[in-house]
Design a protein around this ligand. Structure first.
Ligand code: HEC
Ligand code: HEC
Length: 282
């Protein structure tokens, strides 16, 4: 049953079996008390059941009821997946960045930045501009908690000299121009440093180019001191092209999670390191 396998999430089958039992328990409670407190995974399960025609008489009305429940994180993030791909796992082609599995603090800060004008992309600002911090935090946590496999990178189409320059900058930096190695902050394996520094693998080349260019031109800003603006300012346009070409052609390591500590002390201060999550409200 493909739907159920998807629900089971591959290797986590014992956990899924537990959740299924809990889900059936909730269905029973819901049927008797008319409540709508059904978890996201349970809702997915119900939809799968309905799609497969299993236990139709039980699942269809319930799936419909939860589908039309007025406000849930599932509904709130549905608009996002139109561009960021199903479950926020956009592939390394095209322009949309993957958001699934990025550190929660980083995602939250980006949502604040789009809403408050430190980053510019009109459709996203439009979606977010009336939302309070707490909603943004909930969406950030939702996408951060997803642990989904990455597709393989696109094969590199740049010259080997350019790729070598990219690798050099990312792993060793360029001391002559005061450029630190990227993996000093983004994690040795470039999978990010939780909670505020994102990984650099699995992103489209065009997206990487555009973000570094936007920092150089002041179109993208992070909290001060904005270390990335300083670093991007020290990279020539050719160097930006080189890191984007190299990074976008690298496969993810087996453990894709952001690290919790760095091997070396960050070479610069970044305002993003100190931003805290709000307790409630805007
Ligand atoms: C119309 C398409 C579209 C929709 C809808 C959309 N996004 Fe985006 N999103 C983008 C694009 C394009 C970017 C990159 C913009 C840029 O150039 O800075 C982006 C960037 C982001 C980033 C920053 C990613 C990073 O690595 O820095 C986050 C986080 C994000 N979006 C979350 C969301 C969430 C949450 C929603 C739903 C509320 C959403 N997006 C809806 C297109 C979209
Ligand atoms: C001193 C620490 C530090 C170093 C060194 C560093 N970065 Fe960053 N980088 C950050 C932080 C912090 C952020 C998140 C900024 C924000 O909140 O918007 C970031 C974000 C980024 C992003 C945005 C990713 C996305 O999903 O939008 C890119 C691209 C990036 N860095 C590339 C690089 C490259 C390339 C290098 C090496 C030349 C580098 N960084 C070196 C701290 C660092």
């Amino acid at each position: 049953m493909p739907g159920l396998t998807a629900f089971a999430g591959g290797t986590h089958s014992t956990e899924a079996a537990r959740e299924r039992r809990l889900c059936f328990f909730m269905i029973t409670v819901t049927r008797f008390f008319g409540g709508r407190r059904i978890s996201a995974s349970c809702r997915r399960f119900l939809r799968n059941l309905a799609q497969m025609g299993v236990a139709w008489t039980i699942s269809a009305p319930l799936a419909l009821a939860v589908e039309t429940a007025p406000d849930s994180i599932e509904l709130r993030v549905r608009a996002c997946t139109v561009c960021h791909g199903p479950e926020g796992r956009a592939a390394p082609d095209g322009y949309y960045p993957r958001i699934a599995g990025k550190p929660a603090g980083y995602l939250f800060q980006q949502l604040l930045s789009f809403r408050d004008g430190r980053r510019r992309y009109a459709p996203m600002t439009h979606l977010l501009d009336t939302l309070p911090d707490i909603y943004l935090l909930e969406m950030a946590r939702h996408f951060a908690a997803l642990d989904l496999p990455y597709p393989p990178p696109r094969p590199a189409s740049a010259s080997s000299a350019l790729l070598e320059r990219g690798r050099e900058l990312v792993t060793r930096g360029d001391p002559a121009h005061d450029v630190p190695a990227c993996n000093q902050c983004h994690g040795e394996a470039l999978t990010g440093f939780a909670p505020a520094v994102p990984g650099l693998l699995g992103l489209p080349r065009d997206y990487l180019n555009a973000q570094l260019g936007a920092w150089r031109s002041g179109q993208r800003r992070a909290f001060a001191p904005d270390c990335m603006a300083q670093i991007a300012g020290r990279l020539s346009p050719q160097d930006i092209g080189a890191v984007a070409a190299w990074l976008s052609s690298q496969p993810l390591p087996p453990d894709t999670k952001a690290v919790r500590s760095l091997v070396r002390k960050p070479p610069m201060e970044c305002g993003s390191f100190t931003v805290t999550e709000p307790a409630t409200g805007r």
